[in-house]
Write a protein that binds this ligand. Structure first.
Ligand code: FMN
Length: 205
């Protein structure tokens, strides 16, 4: 059996989304099916320019600012669209804060990116907004908007979604990326945390 490598990569400004990506990869790696299925998940910040050709599946996320994904995540999706279309891909947004989540709308770019790379699903995951981490203009903006402040990340939801992705991958006959196309093993995986697998027919959304 060939190792199936899962890249979890996300764009973050103040760190909350990178921590979600790390937790997703870690949970995938801890999944009971990961070892028997030889699934490996690595969390690599999208700002470091991971190469999706060296992975068999990708989870791509971004923090949301003013209704949009961060430029680095959009750039990753468009630059690697051809590669991503050939792999199972899931998207997530770290944005809304508060209870109920504010703002409730899906980020503007997600529908177009989903279409562009043929993503299997998009998950909105609550984020973190702590004033002491913000720039002065950001602080002024969130004060004016009366945005809720705090860490609203739902680690239970993160774990459930990671499990759903692994479940979707396990049993799926994912054509293994030809070794020649992979580049040096582990080139992007210096912050490796997890492993994941998938199955056609079952979808994690
Ligand atoms: C100035 C500002 C604008 C924001 N705009 C949005 C938005 O339009 N939609 C949304 O869902 N979240 C918005 N947020 C919340 C952030 O996306 C959320 O705090 C996120 O978890 C931050 O991730 P990061 O720490 O990885 O940058 C905004 C936060 C700030 C500070």
């Amino acid at each position: 059996m060939n190792t199936q490598r899962v890249l979890v990569t996300a764009a973050s400004k103040h760190g909350a989304t990178h921590e979600i990506a790390d937790a997703l990869a870690r949970r995938m790696q801890e999944h009971p099916e990961a070892v028997p299925a030889e699934l490996v998940a690595a969390s690599v910040p999208v700002e470091r320019g991971p190469d999706p050709r060296t992975y068999d599946a990708v989870v791509l996320g971004s923090a949301v600012y003013a209704g949009s994904w961060r430029e680095e995540a959009r750039h990753f999706a468009t630059e690697h669209a051809a590669t991503l279309r050939q792999r199972p891909v899931w998207l997530f947004s770290s944005g809304p804060i508060g209870d109920p989540p504010f703002p409730p709308d899906e980020p503007h770019d997600v529908a177009a990116l989903t279409h562009l790379i043929g993503a299997r699903g998009h998950r909105i995951l609550p984020g973190r907004l702590e004033k002491n981490r913000l720039t002065f203009p950001e602080r002024a903006m969130v004060t004016a908007m009366r945005a809720p402040v705090g860490d609203f990340r739902d680690w239970g939801l993160v774990r459930v979604w990671a499990d759903a992705i692994v479940a979707a991958l396990v049993g799926e006959v994912v054509p293994t990326t030809p070794r020649a196309d992979r580049g040096p093993a582990g080139a992007d995986a210096r912050r490796d945390s997890g492993y994941g697998v998938q199955e056609h027919g079952r979808q994690a959304t």
